[in-house]
Design a protein around this ligand. Structure first.
Ligand SMILES: *Cc1c(COP(=O)(O)O)cnc(C)c1O
Length: 375
């Protein structure tokens, strides 16, 4: 394929080292059910699952028993939001979130809204940030849960979850964070954060698709109700036979991410800065989202020019004209509209995201294509 891949925020390839670890747990040599601990086949699988749990916990500063396996961050978000409101104590039916969340949060919250949950939808400023003061102002005595993402999937902007968490805890509410775009890109230490629930996924961090986890902190433990029943796996929070090879892949991917994050981020920062500067030198191009409070891995530009369409890049640059979850609907990005972009400009925006396998030459070629199209 000659198309250059700049869509790491949509998904990443599984690292070959992760594939190798997964293969050890497929086929006739290793297939036991991790719940069948009365024999060696099952024990072997259980051991692999628990090793991976430790690897995932280590990347986010959690304890292994606080990690609950799910099918991905979509399910984790559903479990956190619906699970907490299923157990809402009387008189606590208020939720705070923002209108720039991932659709897995927005659609779950809309579902809760229909069931009578009162929701405060925070709007970002033009910088795309949800500020701690705005969250503090929205908190009420009956607020049960606050849900915000750590890294925005469309913009790459960072939320100050440390300060927000402190404010939320002061008021006795729970704090859920969608960190699907953050693992392996920014350091996360849940042992020092006032975060109660955190959604994570493997496939945004060089692991397989179809596996993720929900961190359930000790304060939240008794306040979440399972959404999938049948056997009581995962401390009763999520039933279903564990997908050993997927789980091993997530553990392996997270261990690699932890080992390589500092070096990898520095390398990507340099690539990202170079492409950003080249883009901003072109007429009509502007960066969406705060220029400083962000990760370098994801850039979003609006291109203000007559009849420009991101479709001109197809076949040459694999980038995203809106988040992958939105592109099915073809509507302008809800995130860019919330920043104040008009619908036309929101449709004339592109997300360019970098990752582990992006080379210097890839960036050279991408800049060349961008210049040809836009200069
Ligand atoms: C990709 C993503 C999700 C969904 O994760 P899956 O594992 O694909 O279900 C949720 N939230 C954010 C911010 C994401 O980027």
């Amino acid at each position: 394929m000659s198309e250059l891949y700049f869509d790491y925020a949509a998904t990443t390839p599984i690292d070959d080292r992760v594939v190798a670890d997964m293969l050890v747990h497929m086929g006739q040599r290793a297939f036991g059910n991790p719940a069948s601990t009365s024999h060696q086949h099952g024990q072997h699988a259980r051991q692999a699952v628990e090793q991976a749990r430790g690897q995932v916990a280590a990347l986010i500063g959690a304890q292994a028993n606080q990690v609950v396996w799910t099918s991905g961050a979509t399910e984790s978000n559903n479990l956190a939001l619906k699970g907490v409101f299923a157990k809402a104590p009387a008189g606590r039916r208020h939720l705070v979130t923002s209108c720039i969340e991932h659709k897995a949060v927005i659609d779950s919250v809309r579902q809760l809204e229909q069931q009578g949950v009162e929701v405060t939808w925070l709007r970002p400023g033009a910088d795309g940030l949800i500020h701690p003061e705005a969250v503090a102002d929205a908190l009420r005595d009956d607020t049960l849960l606050v849900s915000l993402m750590l890294v925005n999937n469309e913009l790459g902007t960072l939320t100050d979850i440390r300060r927000i968490g402190e404010r939320v805890r002061e008021r006795g509410a729970l704090f859920h964070v969608d960190a699907a775009q953050a693992t392996g890109k920014v350091a996360i230490d849940l042992s020092s954060l006032a975060v109660d629930l955190m959604s994570i996924s493997a496939h945004k961090t060089y692991g397989p698709k179809g596996i993720g986890a929900l961190y359930v902190g000790d304060r939240a433990r008794a306040q979440v109700e399972a959404q999938i029943h049948g056997g009581g796996h995962e401390q009763g929070l999520r039933s279903g036979t564990l997908a050993t090879h997927q789980i091993v892949g997530m553990g392996s991917a997270y261990a690699l991410a932890g080992a390589e994050m500092v070096e990898e981020s520095a390398r990507i920062q340099a690539l990202s800065n170079r492409l950003r500067d080249a883009m901003l030198a072109l007429p009509g191009v502007a960066l969406n989202g705060d220029p400083a409070q962000r990760i370098p891995h994801t850039l979003n530009f609006s291109i203000d020019r007559f009849a420009f369409s991101p479709a001109v890049f197809s076949g040459r640059l694999a980038l995203s004209s809106t988040s992958a979850c939105n592109s099915a609907s073809n509507a302008p990005s809800h995130v860019l509209l919330a920043l104040g972009l008009n619908p036309m400009l929101a449709n004339q925006s592109v997300r360019i995201s970098f990752g582990r396998f992006t080379t210097n030459e890839d960036v050279d070629q991408a800049i060349e294509v961008l210049r040809q199209v836009l200069a």
